[in-house]
Ligand binder design. Sequence first.
Ligand SMILES: NC(=O)C1=CN([C@@H]2O[C@H](COP(=O)(O)OP(=O)(O)OC[C@H]3O[C@@H](n4cnc5c(N)ncnc54)[C@H](OP(=O)(O)O)[C@@H]3O)[C@@H](O)[C@H]2O)C=CC1
Ligand SMILES: CC(C)CCC[C@@H](C)[C@H]1CC[C@H]2C3=C(CC[C@]12C)[C@@]1(C)CCC(=O)C[C@@H]1CC3
Length: 331
Amino acid sequence: MIRSLHCGQDLKTVTGGIGLALCERLLSHDAQVQLCLACRNGQRAEAARQALLVSHPQAHISLVQLDVGSMHSVFKAAQEVRQRYNRLDYLYLNAGIMPNPQVDHKAFYKGLFSGKAVHMFSTGEGLLTQKDEVTSDGLQQVFATNLFGHFILVRELEPLLCRPGNSSLIIWTSSSNARRSAFSLDDLQHKQGNESYSSSKYASDLLSLAFNRHYNSKGLYSSVICPGLVMTNLTYGILPSFFWTLIMPIMWLIRIFTNTFTLTPYNGAEALFWLFKQKPEALDPMAKYHSLTSGLGNNYTQPCKMDIDDIMAETLYEKLLDLEDAIRKKL
Ligand SMILES: NC(=O)C1=CN([C@@H]2O[C@H](COP(=O)(O)OP(=O)(O)OC[C@H]3O[C@@H](n4cnc5c(N)ncnc54)[C@H](OP(=O)(O)O)[C@@H]3O)[C@@H](O)[C@H]2O)C=CC1
Ligand SMILES: CC(C)CCC[C@@H](C)[C@H]1CC[C@H]2C3=C(CC[C@]12C)[C@@]1(C)CCC(=O)C[C@@H]1CC3
């Protein structure tokens, strides 16, 4: 029996985000798959469950309450999952936020004529800043939600993920916006800067590598994906949805030059779905798996080497273990 836990699967809009599209795709592929949706809002989680049951009435879908940005909630959710299940084959770490995003319009127009327009469109580099906040645990909110809550969750679910003779896979939804220069080992939480999103996603790339180094011998593997640019609540927070709808023909045009404009949650979930069909042992720990959509609308997954190294990954891992100790003492 395959069991799969997904963090951040709420149905917020009619279309839902990448997580919900993944659930649809998994159930269409294998109606027997058992899904456990870990969501912060009970009502929206139930709405997502009902939406999935409409197209897959026999599906096994359970819910667990989880606010991945709150460490108390992470410990409680992990305990609940441990009580309910004795194994997990896949853990999708998909929940992510980009609070108060600001677009640098000047940089955008400059970038258009710089000869680096394709790179700018595929990564958003230099275009976005965010304003972060502090959680009740005293952590930076983006760091806590996009990275640290997931780290604690994996550590707490270790007995279900590490089983002799069986391999399991954790899958991080990272981003093409992850950039080494936005991240500092001396400022893990990105207290000092205004690119907390990029920093947290780069940290998840590093952490995935560290997890592979520490857990492969126990049968646990970790992979990283990038969904491309997808129209979801996250992107509607950057520019209003009517604006994105208005410029849709321009985005289809840009897609001819950069296949990273996947645009729909279904397309964005391509790499998440592709990984589900792979043998964890065969995956490259240094690769980020990109969901891509061609100008003609065909989806495919392509690995791309990440700008990461073992020493940085190990240092990050050690620092997160120290922070875990401190949080455990506080709670
Ligand atoms: N859209 C895009 O272009 C890109 C997205 N990504 C990444 O894809 C992932 C999915 O985002 P996407 O579907 O686009 O955006 P959405 O905003 O639609 O989905 C994000 C999901 O994360 C959940 N979430 C956020 N904070 C928490 C929390 N504290 N606890 C539990 N769940 C939480 C949200 O739940 P709720 O409904 O309660 O808000 C929501 O279900 C994110 O990690 C994002 O960074 C990466 C590259 C590009
Ligand atoms: C004509 C339009 C396409 C103009 C839109 C300009 C920018 C707002 C966008 C260009 C590239 C986009 C991008 C993202 C957000 C919006 C853009 C900056 C992300 C950073 C969103 C979150 C991610 O994880 C990666 C995306 C990369 C590309």
